[in-house]
Design a protein around this ligand. Structure first.
Ligand code: FAD
Ligand code: UDP
Length: 402
């Protein structure tokens, strides 16, 4: 008899398996229909011996000390600050848009102060920022919106930015300083020996049984368990009773090249050309040294494995119906990006899982990670005194007592 059947061995499922087994001495069966643990964060050494991320680049970053310290029980880290270039007008320029982006793009030598003025002069006034278009045109105006965001977003989501919630493009800040980092979180690091090794360490406990290549529907009637933790798509759990919830998919094209370096940055975004959105070169992320190099192209797709919930009003409304069903199914806990239909990063999923664990234990404590997009400042201005371009948030972590 298992106390818990956990469906999905990604961050949500694995954190809960670990906590329930190690923290509460529960017997756990965790299954995944894929042939590996780690969910979308799974990494492995390819045929050339290069560590790659099967489902696209995963970079760990968080403002939550608690999340970072929790994961640190299962891995050592390699400090890594992510950088992305965008290919625009035939040049590679930093994204998030910063002082160097504008100076290079237009052949100028503006100061931060002048760039603020420039943004003010081109920004379109928007009464209420509702859509992903509003976010960008109200910060940097229509021309930069069209160069960097409009086409990338249409390619990535199959929707115009005006059809997507503001939360999507507000993940990417705008800066008037020269900070070229993609993230400004307090903790930015990659698991020293990869994500998969970290997951293996998490799940390495006598109370945890791992079953791979197994859809939970194949076993739920035969395996006795008390409660379920479900981390797959919520609509599929309820047999699409209210119709399909849109999830965006990707196709990954992996390549290995017989040279040491493929491109001049860890990730290059292609807003306006090609059918792929971006190219990632893994050795930058992992720090691995190798005479060859491996890259991945991401081709957005409508059909395929669900990777992204699609943040827009009508989808939120449909999800609310599924959430009501989920709330009236108390023997199943719905956790994770697919089961709660949230465009969450890894650290937010870890926080969500730790919060669910606290709830299961009857503790009235919620842990929420404040994502970069929720910062009061988007980096406009001169940044804070530590030069990060981030006006210090009160805390990366909100602990509330509901
Ligand atoms: P998942 O990792 O999706 O795990 C769910 C698991 O459930 C899957 O393994 C699936 O096979 C399994 N499952 C589903 N249905 C069933 C079933 N019926 N039976 C059995 N098993 C089932 N986050 C960051 O913080 N930084 C990044 O740089 C970053 N980059 C990303 C890049 C891409 C391309 C994508 C798609 C996501 C990225 N993320 C990133 C987000 C990150 O992947 C997620 O936040 C995190 O992996 C979600 O964990 P999860 O456990 O909720 O879901
Ligand atoms: N985006 C864009 N151009 C870019 C980078 C991002 O238009 O060069 C938009 C796009 O809609 C994307 C969103 O901002 O989906 C969030 O970007 P992020 O890099 O966070 O996406 P993820 O890594 O989650 O795919």
């Amino acid at each position: 008899m298992f106390d818990y059947l956990i469906v999905g061995a990604g961050f949500a499922g694995s954190v809960l398996a670990e906590r329930l087994a190690r923290g509460s001495d529960k017997k756990v069966l965790i299954c995944d229909r894929r042939p590996h643990v780690g969910g979308n964060a799974y990494d492995h050494y390819n045929e050339a011996g290069i560590l790659v991320h099967k489902y696209g680049p995963h970079i760990f970053h968080t403002n939550s000390r608690e999340v970072f310290e929790y994961l640190s029980r299962f891995t050592e880290w390699r400090s890594y600050q992510h950088r992305v270039m965008a290919h625009v007008d035939g040049q590679l320029v930093p994204i998030p848009i910063n002082l160097d982006t504008i100076n290079k793009l237009y052949g100028l030598s503006l100061t931060s102060f002048q760039l603020e003025e420039f943004f003010r002069s081109v920004a379109e006034p928007v009464e209420q920022v509702r859509t992903s278009e509003d976010v960008v045109v109200s910060r940097v105006g229509r021309e930069l919106y069209e160069k960097f965001f409009r086409n990338y977003t249409r390619k990535q989501w199959g929707l115009d930015p005006s059809e997507l919630d503001a939360s999507v493009t507000s993940r990417v800040p705008t800066r008037t300083n020269r900070d070229a980092r993609y993230f400004t979180d307090t903790y930015q690091a990659m698991p020293l020996n990869g994500f998969t090794r970290m997951f293996e360490n998490m799940l390495d406990h006598p109370n945890i049984k791992v079953l791979l290549n197994c859809d939970y529907q194949e076993i739920e009637r035969d395996v006795p368990f008390r409660e379920m933790i479900y981390t797959g798509p919520v609509d599929s759990f309820f047999d699409y009773r209210y119709g399909k919830l849109p999830y965006r998919s990707l196709e990954f094209k992996h390549e290995t090249h017989d040279r040491e370096q493929f491109q001049s940055a860890p990730v290059v975004n292609y807003p306006n050309e090609h059918l792929y959105t971006r190219v990632t070169e893994f050795k930058y992320l992992t720090g691995q040294e190798h005479s060859k190099t491996s890259i991945v192209y991401e081709f957005p797709r409508d059909e395929g494995d669900p990777y992204y919930p699609v943040p827009r009003k009508e989808n939120g409304e449909l999800y609310a119906k599924y959430k009501a069903l989920a709330d009236s199914t108390p023997e199943v806990h719905f956790v994770g990006r697919l089961a709660t239909y949230r465009y969450y990063n890894m650290d937010q999923i870890v926080a969500q899982a730790l919060t669910t664990y606290a709830k299961i234990r009857g503790e009235r404590r919620a842990l929420a990670v404040v994502a970069q997009t929720q910062y009061r400042s988007n980096g406009h201005g001169h940044g804070n005194s530590n030069g990060t371009g981030r006006l210090a948030p009160s805390s990366g972590l909100a602990v509330t007592n509901p």
